[in-house]
Design a protein around this ligand. Structure first.
Ligand SMILES: [Fe+2]
Ligand SMILES: [Fe+2]
Length: 285
């Protein structure tokens, strides 16, 4: 069969990498001094380790049913990447907890929610949930990698490095869970229904956790600062119409992640981060 998608023969490799946060003080509002975005990024970072553990388990459940050798290799690469993301985000989350962000509480809640999902739903539905969340991570990742305004938000510290590396790998492996779902006979109906439900729960829990996190921050009680920070969300590169459209494209029957070409993004950022003079070449072990 001809390969209809560029990701069909893409090699996904696990990078062994380690980040180190400065031992001195890190600015509490590390996203360019912005209150709301600092809490949002902390909440997302806190959600990743348990989320990624769920992704890996839901994909590996079908590991023995995959016959295509390339897809099998991609699953191995995907697993290695997600395990490393989880480990590195846990290190950042501990740091954020010390800075006053409730990352442990978020972690516990996500763990509980996903355990319940695993009990209530079957393996194919859980895999569809993973494919849906991977569409979210890939979309957000690609906004970060293509929009200079999004990159500006991250300043130039180690959090920026971690998020750029994570974003690059999310873009690299964005089709793996999706392709496993298809290859193992997952239906379009299940895929789209899982996306609708995932959108609801993911959005709701991100909003609730962000608000709770903000309530524990003294800076929130400055009404002018808080109002300005919420108002600034309207111009956030992550909440533009084009991004919402792109997220929604997933609900169209026949959608595939490679409908959006990412070849150039991957080439540019692989060189930028991990080339000979790459910004993160010294982080690899
Ligand atoms: Fe990840
Ligand atoms: Fe991922």
């Amino acid at each position: 069969m001809a390969h209809p998608h560029p990701s069909d023969d893409r090699v996904i490799k696990t990078r062994r990498i380690k980040f180190n946060y400065p031992s001195g003080s890190m600015d509490k509002h590390y996203v360019q001094g912005d209150l709301v975005m600092s809490h949002v990024v902390a909440v997302l970072s806190a959600m990743f380790p348990e989320g990624e553990d769920f992704f890996v388990r839901s994909v590996r459940h079908f590991a023995d049913d995959i016959t295509d050798p390339v897809l099998r290799q991609q699953v191995a690469g995907f697993t290695g990447q997600e395990v490393t993301h989880g480990r590195e985000h846990r290190a950042l989350n501990e740091r954020l907890q010390q800075m006053g962000y409730p990352t442990r509480r978020v972690d516990r809640d996500v763990k509980r929610g996903l355990a319940m999902q695993m009990r209530l739903f079957g393996p194919h539905y859980n895999l569809a949930t993973t494919a849906a969340l991977e569409h979210y991570t890939a979309t957000l990742a690609e906004v970060l990698l293509t929009d200079p305004k999004a990159q500006e938000l991250l300043g130039d510290g180690e959090v920026r490095s971690l998020l750029l590396w994570h974003a690059l790998e999310e873009s690299e492996h964005r089709a793996v869970a999706f392709d496993v779902f298809r290859a193992t006979g997952g239906s379009e109906r299940t895929r789209i229904w899982a996306m609708r439900r995932t959108t609801f729960f993911f959005t709701l829990s991100t909003i609730i956790h962000t608000l709770l996190s903000m309530l524990g921050d003294r800076a929130t009680y400055n009404p002018i600062r808080t109002a300005k920070s919420f108002a600034a969300l309207r111009h956030s590169p992550f909440l533009q119409r084009s991004v919402i459209r792109r997220l929604r494209a997933y609900n169209r029957p026949g959608f595939h992640p490679d409908d959006f070409d990412n070849t150039e993004i991957l080439e540019t950022w692989t060189a930028e981060l991990f080339g000979k003079q790459g910004q993160l070449a010294d982080h690899l072990r």
